[in-house]
Design a protein around this ligand. Structure first.
Ligand code: PMP
Length: 343
């Protein structure tokens, strides 16, 4: 039987999102937090495993609403923000527009659902090119524009005035993906939800210590939330994740102190990388650093042989690797190995 022929045409050429499980000493490839919070897990013991989860995630939404000073009607919960990207595209369709390089799931999900995907090249300094974007908007009339800020994999925040200009130029929705906002020095876009009608924000717990829970948040005006809720699967967020996620909001101070530690380590790592002659790091507002280096793919393999796993980004940005900020020890292990390899 020829399964390939049965597959829908737009899926045949699709490549799955690359996420590998490799044994290593320092796992610095997936923008996870190096810190665990075992003290927040006890709430999961009260979960009744025989019952379906709260379909609306009411209590979790209340805590999230308090944190972002919104109403619960402005929030939709997702099984990670990946699921929310999926739901947005399912609800509104394409064309789907995004800058390049950026997080690959916008393109993968658009294509998987049979929608047109349009990438618009970033400037040399990885900021949005407003002119290029606005002419692409006129040409393709996108329903959805995804802007990851800070951007993955480049690490920078896009200029707010450029995001505003793009938002004014489109009659579609602008989805500001704030997965890395907790690590940024500037404020995010939540305060603009009231004044920007076509603004949608995505947040996640994945980068701040809770990737295993798969908890993402869609923040927007209630009519957008209500629309996306029509395609949501009935019990998309399981009870264990809901229970622990509530503890995250109740104990945000301890989470915040780890975020601060990561930011401090990021700035140290950046300075150290900048001091290396053959390495060019890009400034970062996220929990990772992209850097340029000769023979990047070979270096990636050499580091892996020493038990240090980075992400090879050469297919998106020439000669570049992305390193997630780990513990001080992991970062030192990486730095010392890198120094000896690029000498
Ligand atoms: N958005 C961006 C920009 C990301 O980098 C990632 C994770 N790589 C996600 C969303 C997905 O996050 P989640 O774990 O919440 O699905």
């Amino acid at each position: 039987m020829n399964i390939e022929r049965l597959i829908r045409k737009n899926i045949r050429k699709l490549r799955p999102y690359e996420a590998r499980e490799l044994k290593c000493r320092a796992k610095l490839d997936a923008n996870e937090s190096p810190f665990e919070f075992p003290e927040l897990l006890s709430a999961s013991l009260d979960v009744k495993t025989n019952r379906y989860p709260d379909p609306q995630g009411t209590e979790l939404k209340k805590l999230a609403a308090r944190r972002w000073k919104l109403k619960t009607e402005n929030i939709l919960l997702g099984n990670g923000s990946d699921e929310l990207i999926y739901y947005l595209i399912l609800t509104f369709g394409g064309p789907v527009m995004y800058p390049t390089p950026t997080f690959s799931m916008y393109e993968i999900i658009a294509k998987a659902t049979g929608q047109k995907a349009v990438g618009v090249r970033l400037d040399r300094d990885f900021d949005l090119n407003t002119e290029r974007f606005i002419s692409a908007i006129k040409k393709h009339k996108p329903k959805l524009i995804f802007l990851s800020t800070p951007n993955n994999p480049t690490g920078n925040c896009f200029s707010s005035d450029r995001i505003f200009a793009i938002s004014k130029a489109t009659s579609g929705l602008v989805v500001v993906d704030e997965a890395y906002q907790p690590f940024a020095s500037k404020n995010g876009f939540v305060p603009f939800l009231e004044s920007m009608e076509n603004l949608v924000i995505m947040r996640t717990l994945s980068k701040i210590g809770f990737a295993s829970l798969r908890v993402g948040f869609l923040l927007s005006q209630s009519s957008v939330i209500e629309a996306v809720n029509r395609v949501r699967l009935p019990f998309n967020l399981n009870s264990l994740s809901q229970a622990v996620a509530k503890e995250v909001f109740k104990n945000y101070k301890v989470v915040m102190s780890r975020i601060k530690e990561i930011v401090k380590e990021r700035d140290r790592l950046y300075r150290e990388l900048k001091n290396l002659e053959s390495v060019t790091p890009y400034p970062s507002e996220a929990n990772f650093i992209l850097f340029k280096v000769r023979d990047a793919s070979r270096l990636h393999r050499s580091l892996l042989r020493r038990g240090i796993l980075l992400r090879d980004m050469t297919s998106q940005v020439k000669d570049s690797l992305r390193v997630t900020i780990g513990t001080k020890e992991e970062n030192d292990l990486f730095l010392n190995s890198l120094k000896s390899l690029v000498k």
